[in-house]
Design a protein around this ligand. Structure first.
Ligand SMILES: C[S@@+](CC[C@H](N)C(=O)[O-])C[C@H]1O[C@@H](n2cnc3c(N)ncnc32)[C@H](O)[C@@H]1O
Length: 255
């Protein structure tokens, strides 16, 4: 018996990995984070599978389902949205399973921040502009550790991808303006890859009003940084004609 902690991706069932699809359609128990995993993904479960929505459960209740499956010798597909190891609350489940001696495996998924970047068709890392992406959130009921408040992270001027923060957009903008500038580009991607997907573009100064007008209140990724609009960035060295690497010799001399 094994528990498969599966990333279901951002919404579009076609973005499931083949491994995720195989496991969801073969495990006798499918335990999914109901509020976020799309119905089409869960519809892949076999007809006789026990399909259980964990959105109303406590951690103890989730573990009870897993223990019951273990006692019955049944594999469990534990399905999470996006990638299960990013803001997935999966570490606490793995810790319980370690203590109980229950075997598990993690199947990665397409995270919503990747899906948002794809929807925007923007590379989040550009030569000389930003070579760092910070995956984070605004401080809400979950306190941020020392040194990780948005004002601290802003000092890096890196590209930011904010999860779980759309209701705190005002605070996000206020925290970032001192370092990024009021004209810094911001994109909000609501329900990336889903039929309801919406994209709102703006700056730290006006995004709040634009998002309000678009009626977006939940399930969004906020991306902040100059990579969103830059066009005058340097070409990468990777494809430069005077640059050699393991798979290609330079075609012209450097200089
Ligand atoms: C509990 S976290 C889970 C993140 C997930 N593990 C991932 O890798 O995308 C939920 C947050 O992820 C973001 N999110 C999840 N799916 C999304 C989607 N399709 N479009 C935009 N944001 C999404 C939102 O910020 C949402 O509040």
């Amino acid at each position: 018996m094994k528990v498969y902690i599966i990333g279901a991706g951002p919404g579009d069932p076609k973005l499931l990995t083949i491994r995720a699809a195989e496991l969801i359609s073969s495990c006798p128990v499918v335990l999914y984070t109901g509020s976020l995993v799309p119905r089409d993904v869960i519809a892949m479960a076999r007809a006789d599978a026990a399909v259980i929505d964990s959105s109303g459960m406590t951690l103890d209740e989730i573990i009870e389902v897993i223990v019951a499956a273990r006692d019955a010798g049944q594999d469990v597909a534990r399905v999470h949205t996006g990638d299960p190891l990013i803001f997935g609350s999966t570490a606490e489940q793995m810790r319980r399973m370690d203590r109980l001696g229950i075997e598990y495996e993690v199947v990665p998924g397409v995270s919503s921040f990747s899906a948002a970047a794809a929807a925007l068709r923007r590379e989040l890392t550009l030569p000389e502009l930003s070579q760092t992406v910070i995956l984070t959130r605004a401080e809400g009921r979950t306190p941020m550790p020392e040194g990780e408040k948005l004002r601290d992270l802003a000092r890096h001027h890196a590209t930011l991808a904010l999860f779980l923060s759309i209701t705190l957009l005002r605070e996000v903008c206020e925290s970032l303006i001192p370092e990024y500038g009021a004209d810094c580009p911001v994109a909000v991607v609501y329900k990336a890859t889903c039929p309801e997907q919406k994209i709102v573009l703006g700056t730290l100064k006006d995004i709040l009003e634009r998002v309000r007008r678009a009626g977006i209140k939940t399930q969004s990724i906020i991306i902040v940084g100059r990579t969103l609009t830059a066009t005058d960035f340097a070409d990468s060295r990777l494809y430069a004609p005077d640059f050699s690497h393991r798979f290609r010799r330079a075609k012209v001399k450097a200089g």
